[in-house]
Design a protein around this ligand. Structure first.
Ligand code: ZN
Length: 197
């Protein structure tokens, strides 16, 4: 393989690490420009065929699934590698079922489930782009369900983040009977601003 920076063929492995029982990750360094890049080596598994909606069959493509998930997760507050991890988990689940063919809609539903627990905005993005929900009413019902669930979990926090957050309000007055804020050491805010109570 060629160095992605300069095209040199001579690269050396500087680090090698097992990812799991079926994959290894290698850091390589170009002999010419010294740039480093990563390669993955994994055991080729039995063929898994995806049957698309129009009946066309194609090999399951984990990277394609990961990039679809990554698009939905762009700039969302999830750990780096979340899309790849989700794609890996979906592939493992499919392979553990021992089937050789799977409907693309089944993979879509598995991806939706993963995204739904990762990040709700990413979930809505994915549903609107990748699922053939030509019926927007269906997406609206999905969003309404999310709103309802969120409201049940945290009353008053029903926003999905689709709109800017409310401006911060000034601190509420202390509740009657609450300990006075000014007792003891100055608060962090007071120390930072030099304000004395
Ligand atoms: Zn190079």
């Amino acid at each position: 393989m060629r160095c992605p920076s300069c095209g040199e063929r001579d690269t050396r492995v500087v680090d090698s690490r097992d990812l799991d029982d079926a994959a290894i990750r290698r850091r390589r360094e170009c002999a010419t420009c010294a740039s480093r890049f990563t390669t993955y080596e994994r055991i080729e598994s039995a063929r898994l065929t995806v049957v698309k909606r129009d009946g066309v069959r194609e090999d399951f493509d984990r990277d394609k699934l990961a990039s679809g998930l990554q698009k939905a997760l762009t700039r969302r507050p999830v750990p780096a590698g979340a899309a790849t991890a989700a794609a890996d988990a979906i592939e493992s689940e499919l392979r553990s079922q021992g089937v050789s063919e799977v409907q693309s809609s089944v993979i879509g539903e598995m991806a939706m489930e993963r995204l739904r627990s990762l990040d709700q905005i990413a979930y809505v993005r994915f549903v609107s782009v990748y699922q053939s929900f030509s019926d927007l009413e269906q997406l609206k019902r999905e969003v309404d369900t999310l709103y309802a669930e969120r409201s049940a979990e945290a009353p008053g926090q029903a926003s999905l983040g689709l709109v800017a957050p409310m401006p911060k309000r000034p601190l509420a007055a202390p509740r009657p009977g609450a300990a006075p804020r000014t007792s003891g050491a100055p608060t962090a805010t007071a120390r930072r601003t030099g304000r004395r109570s």
